[in-house]
Design a protein around this ligand. Structure first.
Ligand SMILES: [Zn+2]
Length: 288
């Protein structure tokens, strides 16, 4: 299929109590691992691209990275029969506009550095453009922090307030809303719990599908409860890096190995297995 806007699947997931997996890719093999897993599980899927992935793929040039990923995503979607959306994660306005022009079907505008009022105004402006192009626009209220390379967190956590979420959605017409419930980006062990009572209050206050960032560090029990309470898009990155790298490391055990296909192939296969497991876990298998 061509790349599609997965908003109808997100709304269906909301009605039926499951979630669409949004899986991060940094390389060609990782994009392939995701769409092959989705095909095997007959699941709708989001291939998710971070700013740092753009810099990697574009050799330091984010716009070049966007062009590469738009083309790779398009070919990957066309190689399978399940619906695939291409999502740009945590982007500024310039990147959001460029991604939409290049064929991304989903974008996240991160106005976290702006005041609440400025974030509302800029998100509303980008939403109007996104909707004219049939692109799904995600934005964030509150902030999901990032752990450092060692997996530690120094920042204070700013959780989302239900009244802010309700006002933000009403003013911006955003399609999906990322909220801060206590999860942290880049945590390597499943030790974090979510503020589920806060999620219950936010879900009662807003109608749009809610998004969980930083799921790799959250206990599966809390992700599952969160999905039942209205999380409809679950972002998964760190767990995939772990699987991909473990696959490569296993194939590199012999010091004489020099053929990139002999470690990138196993890395792709290992990540695809992890994506299949997560698709099943969030309840998206068979929902394409
Ligand atoms: Zn995030």
């Amino acid at each position: 299929m061509s790349l599609v806007n997965l908003q109808p699947w997100l709304l269906r997931a909301q009605r039926e109590g499951w979630a669409v997996g949004a899986f991060n890719a940094n390389t060609l093999e990782q994009v392939q691992a995701i769409v092959l897993a989705a095909q095997a599980e007959t699941a709708p899927v989001l291939v998710q691209i971070s700013h740092r992935a753009l810099l990697h793929v574009g050799s330091g040039n984010a716009l070049l990275g966007l062009r590469y990923m738009a083309e790779i995503g398009r070919v990957a979607a066309q190689s399978v029969t399940v619906p695939v959306g291409l999502h740009l994660d945590h982007a500024n306005a310039e990147e959001v506009l460029a991604a939409m022009a290049l064929g991304f079907t989903s974008v996240m505008f991160d106005g976290g550095a702006l005041s609440f009022d400025d974030n509302v105004a800029e998100t509303a402006r980008l939403c109007a453009i996104a909707h004219s192009l049939n692109v799904c626009l995600e934005a964030e209220v509150g902030a999901v922090p990032r752990a450092d390379a060692a997996g530690h967190l120094d920042e204070a956590v700013e959780l989302t307030r239900a009244e802010d979420a309700a006002a933000f959605v009403a003013y911006t017409q955003v399609d999906t809303l990322a909220i801060a419930l206590g999860s942290v980006h880049a945590v390597r062990a499943k030790t974090v719990t979510l503020d589920l009572e806060r999620l219950r209050q936010i879900r009662a206050a807003v109608a749009v599908p809610l998004v969980l960032h930083g799921s790799s560090g959250v206990t599966d029990d809390h992700i599952k409860q969160g999905i039942a309470l209205g999380l409809c898009k679950v972002n998964i990155a760190t767990q995939l890096s772990q699987a991909f790298t473990a696959g490569a490391r296993g194939a590199l055990a012999g010091p004489e190995e020099i053929d990139p296909r002999r470690y990138l192939g196993p890395a792709r296969a290992a990540m695809s297995e992890r994506v299949r497991e997560r698709i099943g876990f969030v309840g998206a298998a068979g929902k394409a």
